[in-house]
Design a protein around this ligand. Structure first.
Ligand code: SF4
Length: 520
């Protein structure tokens, strides 16, 4: 086993470091971070600085790693040297808070390793590069178990599954939750291919502190944080943990407020029953300090519960694509099987479901459960057909370019629908507030309680001051968000990517609906 170790940064009260890791030379450098750029804004700035090579950047939000409710998130951005595309993802789990608690406001990994199964292991003031060839071919679940057996069940992991070994565009990362069930998620906004090109299998944080991030006024953070928590809990959608239903179902519910109230009543009864029934240690939150808790919350109506919003979304996508071809029981089996496969391989299963539907339409075949399972096996075995499907709807449409009935059905980013809505909030302001959340590390699922609301936004400015010691107004925080949006717009233009479509989280489609249908 090749081992490269580096000792380096010292934790101080308020000054953070950024670690720059060179995968080619397996060396580490540290730079001081003065805190003027943070969260998503800092991630993109670092990406620009290092993108002459393969680059992968992780930055926790400014408030992540402090006792602020729902401040659980980190931004990941990545770009391969030979491609123009940039992947922007927002993750939660136990990694972001633990990273911030190490007083690291960013990790940059650049270059490329010779080996493809290198683990970057980070512990107090020490970063090591370790080779684990035995991880080749293992599922995400097996890797999480292997790593937690080696370094303890409290270690936090960001890694990539076997699907990323083929550089599939729809491969995703896996990110762990605190020890419990579910153990990890595969965020569908992420891509595992970028990390695969660098040759890194996983990044492991061996630390068991969540809230030791640098801050100037911890008591102030706790006190303002409690007031913020009240706003979130008092909101019917956030307080009812409804984001766990997944955005497709939430969209339907928002269109019918009566359904929403009925669902809240039902859910309260079900939740009590499930808690009483379960003897296992289950995760309701993907990270501590989340006061919403959208995991293991919602009944499938058959005595089981959805472990995460992703599982609910896969079910909704399967129903949309295959309800006319299969019986209810088959749809349920299909959902269970595909959810499990997506989690094992590290795949964006929702995009694969839609790509399979396009393939059946292009081939003019009626789908069956057995055929769907066969297509998933093709993807796993990386056959030619599997590789086409793993390129997502775009690749299927390209390969079947003569099949006019499927053209125009490439999955479009939610943000391209912005002009379809008459919103009660200015679009630019909506995006600035979303960026504000991402810069601070606040989960977007708390939007219903916080977004476009004067007092909660003012509390965020207070929390900024408690964290940094610097006064700031809401307007100034939004100006920084506007600056971050502009930075990305210019970068997208420079690289000529994606018709300059803003990288706004897909959840925005729920917010378009929310702001169209409520009196906010
Ligand atoms: S609302 Fe859900 S996704 Fe957001 S931090 Fe809480 S548990 Fe995680």
């Amino acid at each position: 086993m090749a081992v490269q170790e580096h000792t380096g940064w010292e934790r101080k009260n308020s000054m953070n470091k950024i670690a720059i890791l060179d995968a080619a030379t397996q060396s580490v450098q540290y730079q001081d971070d003065d805190g003027t750029e943070y969260g998503r804004g800092l991630a993109v700035k670092l990406l620009k600085q290092y993108m002459a090579d393969n680059v992968f950047v992780i930055t926790p939000g400014l408030l992540t790693g402090t006792p602020v409710p729902c401040a659980t998130r980190a931004t990941i951005v990545g770009k391969s040297k030979e491609e123009r595309e940039i992947c922007v993802s927002n993750i939660s789990g136990d990694f972001p808070q633990k990273l911030a608690s190490m007083h690291l406001s960013g990790i940059v990994i650049k270059g490329s390793c010779k080996d493809k199964n290198t683990i970057i292991h980070i512990e107090e003031q020490k970063i090591s590069f370790l080779d684990f060839p035995e991880l080749q071919g293992k599922s995400c679940k097996e890797m999480v178990s292997y790593i937690r057996e080696k370094w303890g069940r409290e270690c936090a992991i960001i890694g990539r599954g076997p699907a990323s070994d083929h550089y599939y565009p729809i491969s995703s990362l896996f990110v762990t939750y605190p020890y419990g069930k579910p153990e990890y998620s595969c965020p569908r906004s992420s891509t595992g291919a970028g990390l695969a090109k660098i040759g890194i299998r996983a990044i492991v944080l061996e630390r068991n502190q969540y809230f030791r991030g640098a801050c100037e006024n911890r008591e102030g953070l706790q006190s303002s944080g409690k007031r913020l928590a009240k706003y979130i809990l008092d909101d019917p959608i956030c307080g009812g943990a409804l984001p766990g239903l997944g955005s497709i179902t939430l969209l339907h519910l928002l269109k019918n407020e009566k359904n929403l109230e009925e669902l809240l009543q039902e859910k309260r009864k079900e939740e009590k029953a499930e808690i009483e029934k379960s003897g296992e240690r289950i995760n309701y939150c993907c990270a501590p300090m989340c006061v919403i808790g959208c995991l293991n919350r919602h009944s499938k109506g058959n005595g089981n519960i959805y472990s995460s919003p992703e599982e609910s979304e896969i079910k909704a996508a399967i129903e949309q694509c295959f309800a006319q071809d299969m019986e209810k029981e088959q749809l349920e089996s299909c959902t269970t099987y595909l959810s499990q496969k997506g989690m094992e391989s590290g795949l964006n299963m929702i995009e694969l479901v839609v790509a399979m539907r396009l393939y059946f339409d292009a081939e003019k075949e009626k789908p069956s459960l057995e055929q769907i399972l066969q297509l998933v096996r093709e993807v796993e075995a990386a056959t030619v057909l599997g590789r086409v499907l793993a390129g997502g709807t775009r690749r299927v449409c390209e390969v079947f370019s003569d099949e006019t009935q499927i053209q125009g059905r490439v999955t479009k980013k939610a943000v391209t629908k912005e002009r379809d809505y008459q919103l009660k909030i200015d679009l630019e302001l909506l995006y600035q507030e979303i960026f504000l959340f991402e810069n601070l590390g606040i989960c977007i699922f708390s939007s219903f309680a916080l977004l476009n609301k004067e007092e909660p936004l003012r509390l965020l400015a207070e929390l900024y001051k408690d964290k940094t010691g610097r006064e700031i107004t809401v307007e100034e925080m939004l100006q920084y968000s506007a600056q971050c949006l502009k930075q990305e717009e210019e970068l997208w233009k420079e690289l000529n990517i994606g018709n300059n479509i803003k990288a706004i989280p897909e959840f925005v489609k729920v917010l378009y609906n929310y702001f169209e249908n409520t009196k906010n």
